[in-house]
Design a binder for this molecule. Sequence first.
Ligand SMILES: Cc1ncc(COP(=O)(O)O)c(C=O)c1O
Length: 366
Amino acid sequence: MADTISFARGAPSTDILPHEQVREAAQRALTDDWQTALSYGVGIGHPGLCKWVAERHGDVDPAQVMITNGSLEAGALLFAHLVKPGTRVAVEQPTYDRTLLLLQQLGAELVPIPLEADGLDVGALEGALSEGPIEFVHVIPNAHNPAGCTLSVEKRRRLVQLAAEHDFWVFEDDPYRELPFEGEPLETMLSLDGAGKVLHASSFSKTVSPGVRVGYLIGPAEEVAKLSKRANELYISPNMLAESIVLELCTSGVLDQNIAFVKGELKARCEALVEALREKIPEAVFVVPQGGYFLWLDLAEGTDTKSLLAESKGEGVSFVAGPDFMIDGGENSLRLSFAPVPADVAGEGVARIATALDKLRAGSPA
Ligand SMILES: Cc1ncc(COP(=O)(O)O)c(C=O)c1O
């Protein structure tokens, strides 16, 4: 059979990774910054990169920034710091599966909040707040994983207002912010927050490469100090060599060039996927992504996407079934990641899913 086409992983195919640029940046980092790059650091990570990130976010003090080994680690440190068994945490539905896993492991009481085409249903969050205090709200504002939607600016403002009124933390989990297909990135909730209730995480996984494992957290300086102490106790310092290389990419302008290139590639991949879905699986209902990596689609009621996945693997294509991203439900939904699938392959991938869907409905064994 032809090679499997995988829409499963939230990672780009290697042909769009900037390996030459990273190789050259590594050489420069090891010439100009080798003492820092090759030494133990402290919990906040590379001070030069903290400063660069602070400047990138405008009005932020470098003391509010810590660099982590990817943004998932920032989230995990934060959850371990703020979430105890029984802490009420609002999560979007669907949401990033690893967030659900981390929160479930800590014994959080998860409060599901549905998503709309323009992001979190803020009315539903207000309803949940009227039923009891919520201490923490997890939000993926841009090019949502897995839903593909982007939170409107009005909702960002309202959420920040609610956080101040009801005294809850907003965890703005934002690795896709710099990847809108058109225009500039939207304002962060961090930048709208006057009450010090937003903790913002982002990453170089999507703008440089996932293997570089460099992300960051920005929040009130006293929280960042506590978290960096925890980081120092756990792993001394994050990976200083990787951070030195990333800093070199940032200050040389190569990062911005790469972002422009990657956005073009992702946009072409997304468009090819959308066109193929409209043609080959017209029953699919989805929000057209405005950036990032993911498209979330609903099939007809009663379709079991776990069985569809098993059938699809037999046809040489894979994706992630909806229930993986849900506390409950999601049976007739699935996530397609277009980042790993070149535009000229998307049509074949969707055709294979359409064939699997026909076979599933015809009752042939998976
Ligand atoms: C919403 C979200 N948060 C966090 C992460 C973790 O990213 P990383 O640890 O590579 O920065 C991802 C990765 O796919 C993600 O989609």
